[in-house]
Write a protein that binds this ligand. Structure first.
Ligand code: ATR
Length: 277
C-alpha cells in the first residue's frame, strides 16, 4: 500500500492547533487518505524544518501560523497575488521540481465566514479594522472587494496603519485614524479585531461610542484569545459578537481545495469544532 500524502502545520507554539483535526475531517468526508501533523519550529529553525519536511519527509503541503506567516513567504519561489500583497502566507504547496508556492487564504476565509456562514451583508457597510500587522494585511483587500463603503484602519503604532492604507491605495474608501481619535468616529457597522492583543490577554482600551445597536464585532482569533474583545463588545451592547473559528475552517478548506482539488463541506466541521472550542 502506498504511504498517505503528508501535510503539516508549522507554528510556535503549535500544540493547540485544530488544523490536523480539520484536515482529517475533510479527508474523511472526501475519501482522501492523508497524514497531517503539527510541527513546532522556532523562528530560527523555520527554514531548515520546512526544507526537511518537503525534501525528506514527503511533505506535499503545509499551513503556516504564528509567528511564521511573514517569514514563510521568503521560503517560497512563487507567490500568489493575495500572498504578495499581504506580505505573509498561510499555505505552502510543493511544486513539481521541488520548489514551493506560497498563498494566503485569510481574506477569502474571513469573507466567506462573514457572508456565507453569518449571513452578513458587507456591501455598503462602514468597517473599522483594528491592527495593521500580518493578520490585518491578510484580510484588508478581500474586505474591500466585497463592496464595503469604507475601511478605517486604526493601529496602536499609527505609522503601520498609514503604510497599509498607502499600499491599498483606495483613497476614496480607505483611511486611517489614531487610536486616541476612536472616540470621535461614532458607531461603526462592523469592527474587525485583527490585533494580537488577545493572544497576550491584553485588553484594547476602546471607547464604547464605537458600538451602536447595529454594530457587529468580529475577532479573527477564537477561544481564549478572542474573549476579551468579544466580552467587551457584548457588554457594551454590540448586536452580534463573532469569533474567528469559522474563518479558521474556511481558510483550511481553501488550502484543502488547493492541494486536493476538492471542496469539502465546512459546516459540519465548524459545528463539531464549535462544540469543543
Ligand atoms: P499578526 O500576524 O497576528 O497580525 P503582527 O504582524 O505582529 O501579528 O501584528 C500584531 C498587530 O497587533 C499589530 O497591529 C500590533 O500593533 P503595533 O503595530 O502597534 O505593534 C497589534 N497589537 C498587538 N498588541 C496590541 C495591544 N495590546 N493593543 C493594540 N494593538 C496591539
Amino acid at each position: 500500500m502506498s504511504k498517505p500524502s503528508c501535510y503539516a502545520v508549522f507554528g510556535h507554539p503549535i500544540a493547540h492547533s485544530q488544523s490536523p483535526r480539520i484536515h482529517q475531517c475533510f479527508a474523511a468526508q472526501t475519501g482522501i487518505t492523508l497524514s497531517y501533523k503539527t510541527i513546532d519550529a522556532t523562528p530560527e529553525a523555520l527554514s531548515t524544518t520546512v526544507h526537511h519536511f518537503f525534501t525528506n519527509e514527503g511533505g506535499h503541503g503545509a499551513n503556516v501560523t504564528l509567528p511564521h506567516k511573514a517569514a514563510a513567504r521568503a521560503l517560497a519561489h512563487e507567490c500568489s497575488r493575495t500572498a504578495m500583497r499581504a506580505g505573509c502566507v498561510n499555505v505552502l504547496t510543493l511544486l513539481a521540481g521541488g520548489q514551493l508556492a506560497a498563498h494566503n487564504t485569510d481574506g477569502s476565509g474571513l469573507v466567506r465566514d462573514l457572508s456565507a456562514r453569518h449571513a452578513l451583508q458587507l456591501r455598503g457597510k462602514h468597517l473599522l479594522l483594528l491592527g495593521a500587522g500580518g493578520a490585518a494585511r491578510g484580510v484588508a483587500w478581500q474586505l474591500l472587494e466585497t463592496g464595503i463603503a469604507s475601511l478605517t484602519i486604526v493601529n496602536r503604532s499609527p505609522a503601520a496603519a498609514d503604510t497599509l492604507a498607502d499600499m491599498i491605495g483606495d483613497v476614496a474608501r480607505v483611511g486611517t485614524r489614531c487610536w486616541q481619535d476612536l472616540a470621535t468616529i461614532g458607531p461603526v457597522d462592523i469592527i474587525i479585531n485583527a490585533t494580537s492583543a488577545g493572544v497576550f490577554q491584553q485588553s484594547l482600551n476602546l471607547p464604547t461610542t464605537l458600538i451602536g445597536a447595529h454594530t457587529v464585532c468580529y475577532d479573527l482569533a477564537y477561544g481564549a484569545s478572542a474573549r476579551l474583545f468579544l466580552d467587551w463588545s457584548q457588554a457594551v451592547g454590540a448586536r452580534r459578537t463573532l469569533d474567528g473559528l469559522g474563518m479558521l475552517v474556511e481558510t483550511a478548506a481553501d488550502a484543502f481545495e488547493l492541494w486536493h482539488g476538492l471542496r469539502p463541506a465546512t459546516e459540519p466541521v465548524y459545528q463539531a469544532l464549535r462544540s469543543t472550542c
